[in-house]
Design a protein around this ligand. Structure first.
Ligand SMILES: Nc1ncnc2c1ncn2[C@@H]1O[C@H](COP(=O)(O)OP(=O)(O)O)[C@@H](O)[C@H]1O
Ligand SMILES: [Mg+2]
Length: 355
């Protein structure tokens, strides 16, 4: 055997190879989802108040190598959905039902210890606010090596050069010096990169990113998104991208789920959905952002009102009070999410298809 022959792949490397194959099969139209969320509901019990159902029956799939977006205005249940999937909601005061099937295991049935093992090893999450997710009193390098030691069984000595390589990979300049830095010594963009390096250290098969670029300026945003895209393409990682920013979705997601008031109101292929939004809410979201392909002089139209105007889903369409084209039935009963032609839509009076 020549000395240049690479060592046997570790189990995680083998998984990544398998995920790359599965990702290819998914693109060709025939693989099982890695994550299958069905009828996920989260209810918060609030003292002296009615229980509040923040997530009301959300279902979606994510395949290896696929990037699925969860999009909607602030307060529509995006973070609560991701925290429920990760088993990170506070222990008390909430009820989570439905299934979160990860390769045949319902994550909602796992014990705290089992879920801790899954997090980090199989599933990782990147949050909006990197400062609160990093440990302020531990140098960045040590935070990366700890993950490598815990989840990949490396020694500290073996982990250090890998940590250095990871910092380099996420674009942190001068990684040797940065390994010793504490979180407060890094800029916001660098902290988010460090957090992504920690997530990558686990070689997760599923990454949930909750507004990972919202706190960053535009150029750093673009770099972080490019990094995530590379990760998905290179290792077949499944990515759930949570954002209120349709620009992020446009550049990254294969499939988009639009949430309103804790329910999915529209789902479709990204190109298709952007070209032809059918739900008045999706239509409104798209009309309220600047687009390079818009005719010159076209005005941006914000969606009137706010989520506090919502009607209860159980008896109406929650969006009806803000809708540009409500009809009588919209305030009388709840529209169901109906699928046709690769599009799911929850609306009694959708925007007319022009194609
Ligand atoms: N721990 C909690 N207790 C009570 N209500 C909560 C809690 N966390 C979130 N909520 C409520 O759930 C709804 C969805 O929140 P969230 O998922 O954070 O929205 P976003 O889409 O902006 O991420 C909001 O109305 C929020 O106030
Ligand atoms: Mg959120």
């Amino acid at each position: 055997m020549s000395p240049t022959t690479t060592a046997d792949p570790t189990p995680t490397d083998q998984t990544n190879v398998a995920d790359r194959d599965k990702a290819r099969r998914w693109r060709e139209g025939g693989s099982e989802p890695l994550l299958r969320v069905r009828d996920l509901r989260v209810t918060f019990q609030r003292q002296g108040q009615e229980p509040f159902e923040a997530v009301q029956g959300v279902s979606f799939d994510v395949h290896p190598g696929q990037t699925v977006g969860l999009v909607g205005e602030s307060g529509c249940g995006k973070s609560v959905t991701s925290l429920a999937i990760m088993g990170l909601l506070p222990q008390r005061g909430n009820k989570v039902t439905g299934t979160v099937d990860y390769e045949g295991t319902n994550l909602l049935d796992l014990s705290d210890q089992q879920m801790r093992d899954k997090r980090g090893k199989d599933i990782a999450m990147v949050f909006q606010d990197p400062l609160s997710s990093l440990n302020p009193v531990v140098p960045i390098g040590l935070q990366v090596t700890e993950v490598l030691e815990r989840h990949r069984g490396m020694s500290r000595k073996a982990a250090t050069p890998v940590a250095r390589e990871l910092l380099d990979r996420v674009g942190i300049p001068d990684p040797d010096r940065r390994l010793k830095d504490y979180p407060h010594q890094l800029s916001g963009g660098m902290r988010q990169r460090a957090l992504i390096a920690i997530a990558l250290a686990c070689q997760p098969r599923l990454l949930i990113a909750d507004e990972p670029t919202t706190a960053l300026d535009v150029t750093i945003q673009a770099q972080i998104l490019a990094l995530l895209k590379e990760l998905v393409e290179e290792s077949g990682t499944a990515l759930v991208m949570i954002t209120h920013d349709l620009g992020v979705v446009a550049g990254l997601c294969d499939e988009v789920n639009v949430l309103y008031g804790g329910r999915i109101v529209e789902r479709g292929d990204r190109h298709d959905l952007f070209a032809q939004p059918r739900h008045p809410y999706t239509h409104g979201l798209l009309a309220s952002i600047p687009r390079l392909d818009a005719p010159r002089g076209q005005r941006l139209t914000p969606i009137p009102g706010s989520v506090s105007d919502n009607l209860p889903w159980t008896s109406a369409c929650a969006f009806a009070p803000r809708c540009s084209q409500p009809i009588e039935v919209c305030t009388q009963k709840m529209p169901e999410l109906e699928e046709h032609h690769q599009r799911a839509l929850r609306c009694f009076n959708p925007v007319e298809a022009t194609r």
